[in-house]
Design a protein around this ligand. Structure first.
Ligand code: BTN
Length: 245
């Protein structure tokens, strides 16, 4: 992972670019990074602010030989790799299942995993990682929810150093999936660093709201919620949005 890094000054979205490259036969492990994205994309059709030189906007091309149903496992690997890497820089980031990294309860990183598959075969997976590293100012409408590492710790952080750590951590955790078809190491990190487990949460899934206590993350990476009437629900990461209460 990361033996080949393609670095751009400005592109629409590293995920879009990575998908084009993957489609044209680019090998597994190639990383696309851009200083700026003009059409950065978030989950659930949202946009993702990606100002020039202030963040880490990158996507990794993967071609694992796994069931397409298991593609979301890559998101958990990414979350664990990013959280560990930020922690290794001495910063106490936590994971908000399934794909956010938070610091002081505000989001510093989001992950967008996209896949192309035919029948039961994965053509490629692109995992897009957006880290608000050194952003100095957020728009009024998101400034209560989003922050940057720089704003929280007061120092500019080395994006190069952090990218290096992420690629190393990601490679190690991803190898567990490829070699042993397991993501137990990643899930243990996701559990240990979870900001949700043990707490009351509100889930919005297909226009339905569920309120309950987050109990555990299963070995498949699903979040278990216990609702007020004691019923347990398993949530897969697909189209859910989770809020701490
Ligand atoms: C989210 O939390 O909604 C996911 C945000 C993902 C943003 C990253 S930045 C690099 C990559 N390219 C994109 O267009 N999006 C992802």
């Amino acid at each position: 992972i990361g033996r080949k890094i393609l670095h751009f000054d400005s592109i629409d979205s590293t995920n879009i670019k990575a998908k084009e490259f993957a489609q044209r036969g680019e090998e597994e492990g190639t990383v696309i990074i851009s200083e700026e994205q003009t059409k950065g994309r978030g989950r659930l059709g949202r946009s993702w602010a990606s100002p020039k030189g202030e963040g880490i906007w990158m996507s990794i091309i993967l071609k694992p030989n796994i069931n397409p149903m298991d593609a979301s496992k890559v998101t958990q690997i990414g979350a664990a790799a990013v959280c560990n890497s930020i922690n290794e820089m001495g910063i106490d980031a936590l994971i908000k299942w399934p794909n956010d990294i938070v610091l002081n309860r505000k989001k510093v990183c989001g992950i967008l995993t996209e896949m192309s598959a035919e029948l039961n075969i994965i053509n490629y997976i692109v995992i897009g990682i957006g880290i608000n590293a050194n952003i100095r100012k957020f728009p009024e409408d998101i400034k209560d929810m989003a922050t940057s590492l720089k704003l929280e710790i007061g120092n500019t952080i080395s994006r190069k150093k952090l990218v290096g750590k992420i690629l190393n951590n990601f490679e190690e955790l991803y190898n567990e999936l490829v070699n042993n078809n397991s993501i137990s190491k990643s899930l243990n990190i996701c559990r240990k660093k979870s900001i949700l487990l043990g707490n009351k949460v509100k889930i919005i899934s297909r226009n339905q709201e569920i309120i309950g206590k987050a109990i555990d993350i299963t070995n498949e990476g699903e979040l278990i919620i216990e609702t007020e009437n004691g019923k347990r629900e398993k949530l897969i990461s697909g189209e859910v949005s989770v809020r701490g209460l």
